[in-house]
Design a protein around this ligand. Structure first.
Ligand code: CMP
Length: 141
């Protein structure tokens, strides 16, 4: 098991002024931020990142949204990071998210759900590598 996961603060959360609040939740949950960058994905990048969903009916909507404005991509570190981050963000659909989770508090819909989190250690490593080079990941250990 690795102790890293990958997160995105999505364009809806940035547009709604929630970047700092999400950042606070990350730190309150004791994640270390190995790297973070503010960027605007191209449609091609969004299509590459979400390639696993290419055949899904929502693929166009998802990739158009993810490339519609600034987002922040982050590499996070904590013991059992993938599961811990998924617990911190809550269910994909904010209607199903537990009280106190990021999606419950900041997401507006299934499509515009404020944040992303990797769903497995394997995907966490792939997703981190999609946006960061190894030298950009700063460990303070
Ligand atoms: P995320 O964790 O970033 O991973 C894939 C995303 O697809 C997911 O969050 C949702 O925002 C989005 N998604 C999943 N299902 C649907 C759906 N039925 N309609 C629109 N977007 C969806």
């Amino acid at each position: 098991m690795t102790n890293r996961t990958f997160a995105i603060i999505k364009p809806d959360a940035i547009k709604n002024g929630n970047t700092g609040k999400v950042y606070d939740r990350i730190l309150q949950a004791d994640f270390k931020i190995l790297s973070a960058k503010l960027m605007k994905m191209t449609l091609k990048q969004a299509e590459g990142f979400y390639g696993v969903h290419r055949e899904r009916p929502f693929f166009g909507e998802l990739t158009t949204f993810m490339s519609s404005g600034a987002c922040m991509v982050l590499a996070l570190e904590k013991e059992n990071a993938v599961a811990e981050w998924r617990e911190t963000i809550g269910a994909t659909n904010p209607k199903d998210a537990e009280d106190g989770t990021i999606r419950k508090d900041f997401a507006t819909s299934l499509g515009e759900n404020a944040v992303h989190g990797s769903d497995s250690d394997e995907n966490a490593e792939k997703e981190i590598a999609f946006f960061f080079s190894e030298s950009e990941l700063i460990s303070n250990k």
